[in-house]
Design a protein around this ligand. Structure first.
Ligand code: ADP
Ligand code: GN1
Ligand code: MG
Length: 369
């Protein structure tokens, strides 16, 4: 795939943003899509901004289905938010059509793009700077879950098949170790062993789903703190973004992915592992907030499995980072060599720390049943 910048002008011309853009700059810290912020002076002197994204071809094989999901889910959310007296334009994403109509634009190099209204006066955090901020994100992701409780799940396309199929993720890691196309396996023996030692764990949530203990729900599946926009005036988590992976899934995974990313005080690619530790208090705070936002829509079994959601999302993400490192970094964007291995290492450290605090984590969730 060519650099997104190569076709950016062509894409800008494909949209009517109410005037000519005076800048389009790379924006945000997502690992998957190519994201630009477009600034457009309007005839009346006011300025409007938009998010323009090239959808990752490595991650998403059917951008048509992906956009159909996003249009349907955002329209549904907008109706629910309006019904509850909220502001749909700020509290969910709004897709902007290209001049040719529809929900996406395909450039001359085959790249598929989409645009959203930029949600103004918001902040996107890369770390839970305060417990209040982390709690606010928990309420927002819990609420997201509740807002979509009655959404017809069978109408959603599976945008990435086997996305949170941890058993399948481990199989793919084994295949990458065996093929070892970049010759990198020798430098990751400790991490590979750590993951293989937890093969039985990879089945725990999936088995509970197969046994009917955990229900299938409409879930977000990528609930990092930087996938929620926080209102800069009120500090309230306003808008859940990055809806590419909204699919049927497990509520414990939405909880767990937030814990993985936010319940610690280090970056995802921190190289000094002594700084990477699970903050049990943040786990407790997030649990309370997520359940508050979900307003009773989780079953007691789901609440009881929350620590497993945290551990499995972290283990799975580590497996995925390591697989990508072994395969040559074709999936997660990197800004330096070895970054995906560093990311895999932080996830191993967090899993080990969750195991060390396992009884405490279970005692915390018991309080909320
Ligand atoms: P990726 O899948 O690569 O993570 P995202 O959809 O999460 O892409 O977008 C990347 C970043 O762009 C977000 O973390 C956020 O900072 C910013 N962003 C995305 N959509 C909007 C929006 N509608 N308004 C404001 N900022 C946005
Ligand atoms: C990716 O797109 P982004 O940066 O919000 C990834 C998640 C991972 C995360 C790890 C579609 O999220 O699954 O947990 O990186 N998204 C996709 O930081 O694969
Ligand atoms: Mg994102």
């Amino acid at each position: 795939m060519v650099q997104a910048e190569q076709t950016l002008n062509e894409v800008l011309e494909a949209y009517d943003f109410g005037g000519a853009a005076d800048s389009a700059v790379r924006f945000g810290e997502g690992h998957i899509n190519d994201t630009f912020r477009v600034d457009v002076p309007q005839p009346g002197g006011e300025r409007r901004r938009f998010i323009l994204q090239r959808i990752s071809a490595a991650a998403f094989k059917r951008p048509d289905q992906l956009m159909e999901n996003i249009v349907n889910v955002t329209e549904y959310l907008a109706r629910e938010i309006a019904r509850q007296g909220g502001d749909p334009v700020r509290e969910t994403l709004t897709v902007v059509s290209p001049r040719s109509g529809g929900d996406r634009f395909t450039d001359s190099a085959g790249g598929v793009w989409r645009a959203f209204l930029f949600v103004e006066d918001t902040v996107c955090y890369q770390a839970a700077e305060t417990p209040e901020l982390f709690a606010a994100s928990g309420r927002a992701f819990g609420r997201f879950q509740r807002l979509l409780r009655d959404y017809p799940a069978h109408t959603l396309h599976e945008t990435i098949p086997h996305f949170h199929d941890t058993e399948d993720r481990l199989r793919k890691l084994k295949a990458a170790v065996a093929a070892n196309p970049m010759g990198r396996a020798k430098d990751c023996q400790e991490e590979i062993r750590f993951m293989l030692d937890r093969e039985a764990d990879c089945s725990v949530a999936l088995q509970a789903l197969r046994d009917g203990v955990l229900p299938l729900r409409v879930t977000h599946n990528d609930t990092k703190l930087n996938n929620v926009l926080v209102d800069s005036r009120t500090g309230k988590a306003l808008c859940v973004i990055d809806l590419d992976t909204v699919m049927p899934g497990l509520a414990i995974n939405d909880f767990g992915d937030s814990i993985r990313f936010g319940a610690n005080h280090s970056a995802e690619d921190e190289r000094d592992l002594s700084k990477v530790n699970l903050d049990v208090e943040l786990f407790d705070i997030y649990t309370a907030a997520f359940l508050e936002g979900a307003e009773g829509s989780l079953t007691p079994a789901e609440v009881r499995f929350l620590p497993w959601g945290a551990k499995l999302m972290t283990l799975e993400c580590g497996i995925r980072f390591l697989t990508d490192h072994l395969e040559g970094d074709g999936y997660f964007h990197i800004s330096r060599p070895g970054q995906n291995l560093d990311r895999a290492r932080t996830q191993c450290k967090l899993v080990a720390d969750m195991e060390a605090h396992w009884d405490e984590l279970n005692a915390i969730v018991e309080k909320y049943i």
